[in-house]
Design a binder for this molecule. Sequence first.
Ligand SMILES: [Zn+2]
Length: 205
Amino acid sequence: MSVTPVKPVLVGDNDEVQRPSREQALEAVRTLLAWAGDDPDRPGLVDTPKRVVDAYGEWFDGYDADVEKELSRTFEDVQGYDDMVLLRDIEVESHCEHHMAPFLGKAFVAYIPNEKVVGISKLARVVEIFARRLQTQEVLTNQIAAAIESHLQPQGVAILIDAEHQCMTTRGVHHRHVSTITTRFTGAFKSDAALKDRFLKLAKG
Ligand SMILES: [Zn+2]
């Protein structure tokens, strides 16, 4: 059975937005340093724009990665395996689109195959690609589920993300130990309460 590839919606995928030059990005960091009240030309800060721009390259390299490619290679010889495949404790390092502040936590990704499976490392990679773009935790949760749905057409997908948002812990309300849990259930995970329950129990160990 062939799969019609569905391109996941790329947050910020706008043809009219042109990526600025590296020099423009360096200048933007210098502006923020001055806005914070410091002197961008003092010795301790002179190389900071370069480091920040390089760090951005890493934190946001999901824009240059291709989820479709990661999930395109599937295996059909599953010898009748038709139960849950669950990845626990996938590190989530992302940034919220509201503050560009980090949110850090874990993702739990499960699906029930329908004749085909994907390499398990690819699932972790999909989490990483979406996490390295700007979005909200809610959107991130849905994006991961939608990508697995469209490429594997499984019997169901379950996603849980548990993360702490630094825009909430280090600013604003300063609530240090609040974590946010988001979930998305499709197919069998949505219709079968016992299955959903088993996922939640396994995910939480
Ligand atoms: Zn935020």
